[in-house]
Ligand binder design. Structure first.
Ligand code: HEC
Ligand code: HEC
Ligand code: HEC
Ligand code: HEC
Ligand code: HEC
Length: 218
C-alpha cells in the first residue's frame, strides 16, 4: 500500500506523548513562579500593643539590632526582646505625658502578662528559613527588611515570595558584605560595588545558596 504520510510522521504521537507532560509541568511551574503573590504582603504594618519605634531606638539612639534580637546569629529565628531588655533603660526613664505608652512593658516586668507583639514577617510552614546561615554568609538585615532604622512602626519591605528568595540565590554576590557590616543600615550600592567577597581574606569558601526544591521545602 502506498504511503500517504512520510515515515517520520510515525514518531509524532511519541513526541507529543513525551513533550506534552513536560510542557504542562513547565506551564504549571511558570504560573506558580510568576503569579505567586509577589507583592501582596509588602507594606503590611500592623499596629503594635506598645508603640515601639525602631526609628528612635535603632536610628537616633543607635542601638545595634542584636542588642534586642540577640539570637539572630545563632538560630533560625530572631528572638524578640523580653520586657527586661527594655527595662535596662526604662526603669530609669520618665516619659512624662507618654508614660502610658510604656505601661504594658512595666506591667509585664512586674510579673503581668507578656506583651503580645504582632508578627509582621511570616513564611508559610512549608518553607524553611534560617537567619544564622544568611548572616554568617554576610547578607545584611536591610537586604531583606529594608531601612528598619527609619521605621516608626515596622512594615514588610520585601515580598518574601519564592521568586524573591530565588532571585538572590541565583546571584548572591551583589548582596554580600563583610560579616561585621550585617547590621549596618547605611550600607548602600557604592559600598557593595567596592566590596569583592572573592578577595575577602575572612571568607574561607564561596557561598552556594540552594536552588533545588528540597533546599527550602524540607
Ligand atoms: C530596643 C530593642 C530593639 C532594637 C535595638 C531593635 N529591635 Fe527590632 N524589634 C524590637 C521589638 C520590641 C519588636 C516587636 C515590635 C515591632 O514589630 O515593632 C521588633 C520587631 C522587629 C522586626 C519585625 C518582626 C516581625 O514580627 O516580623 C524586624 C524585622 C526587626 N525588629 C528588625 C530589627 C533590625 C534590623 C534592627 C537593627 C537596625 C532592630 N530590629 C533593632 C526591638 C528592637
Ligand atoms: C538604650 C536604652 C533604651 C532601651 C533598651 C529601650 N528604650 Fe525605649 N526609649 C529610650 C529613650 C532614651 C527614649 C526617649 C525618651 C524621651 O523621649 O524622653 C525612649 C522612648 C520610648 C518610648 C516612648 C516614645 C514616645 O512616643 O515618646 C517607648 C514606647 C519605648 N521607648 C519603648 C521601648 C521598648 C518597648 C523597649 C524594649 C523593646 C525599649 N523602649 C528599650 C531608651 C531605651
Ligand atoms: C535573607 C533574608 C533575611 C535577612 C538577611 C534577615 N532576615 Fe529577618 N526575617 C526574614 C524572613 C524571611 C523572616 C520570616 C521568617 C519566618 O516566618 O520563618 C524574618 C523574620 C524576622 C523577625 C521575626 C522573628 C522571626 O525570626 O521570624 C525578626 C525580629 C527579624 N527577622 C530580624 C532580623 C534582623 C535583626 C536581621 C539582621 C541581623 C535579619 N532579620 C536579617 C528574612 C531575613
Ligand atoms: C539577599 C540574598 C538572599 C535572599 C533574599 C535569600 N537568601 Fe537564602 N541564602 C543566601 C545566601 C548567601 C546563603 C548562604 C549560602 C552558603 O553559605 O553557602 C543562603 C542559604 C539559604 C539556605 C541554606 C541554609 C541551610 O541551612 O541549608 C536556605 C534553606 C535558604 N537560604 C532559604 C531562603 C529562603 C526561604 C528565602 C526567602 C524567604 C531566602 N533564602 C532568601 C542568600 C539569600
Ligand atoms: C530559596 C528557597 C526556595 C526554593 C529553592 C524553592 N522554593 Fe518553593 N517556596 C519558597 C517560599 C519562601 C515559598 C512561599 C512563598 C509565599 O509565601 O509567597 C514557596 C512556595 C512554593 C509553593 C506554593 C505556591 C506559591 O508559589 O506560593 C510551591 C508549590 C513551591 N514553592 C514549589 C517549589 C518547587 C517545585 C521548587 C523547586 C523547583 C521550589 N518550590 C523551590 C521558597 C523556595
Amino acid at each position: 500500500m502506498a504511503q500517504i504520510f512520510p515515515r517520520w510522521t510515525n514518531k509524532i504521537p511519541l513526541a507529543v506523548g513525551v513533550t506534552a507532560p513536560v510542557v504542562l509541568v513547565s506551564v504549571v511551574f511558570a504560573i506558580w513562579y510568576w503569579f505567586s503573590p509577589k507583592f501582596t504582603d509588602v507594606g503590611y504594618q500592623p499596629e503594635q500593643p506598645v508603640p515601639f519605634s525602631h526609628k528612635l531606638h535603632a536610628g537616633s539612639l543607635g542601638l545595634d539590632c542584636r542588642y534586642c534580637h540577640n539570637t539572630v546569629e545563632q538560630a533560625a529565628a530572631a528572638a524578640l526582646p523580653p520586657a527586661g531588655t527594655c527595662m535596662n533603660c526604662h526603669a530609669n526613664l520618665n516619659l512624662g505625658d507618654h508614660e502610658n505608652r510604656i505601661k504594658p512593658i512595666k506591667d509585664a516586668f512586674a510579673g503581668g502578662p507578656p506583651v503580645e507583639w504582632i508578627r509582621v514577617h511570616m513564611l508559610p510552614d512549608y518553607a524553611y528559613f534560617n537567619h544564622s546561615v544568611h548572616l554568617a554568609a554576610g547578607v545584611g538585615c536591610s537586604s531583606c527588611h529594608g531601612r528598619i532604622d527609619q521605621m516608626e512602626t515596622v512594615f514588610q519591605d520585601q515580598p518574601l515570595s519564592m521568586s524573591w528568595c530565588l532571585d538572590c540565590h541565583r546571584d548572591p554576590e551583589p548582596n554580600l558584605r563583610p560579616r561585621d557590616q550585617i547590621t549596618n543600615m547605611a550600607w548602600g550600592p557604592e559600598d557593595a560595588a567596592a566590596y569583592d567577597p572573592n578577595t575577602d581574606p575572612t571568607r574561607t569558601r564561596a557561598v552556594a545558596p540552594p536552588e533545588h526544591c528540597s533546599g527550602c521545602h524540607r
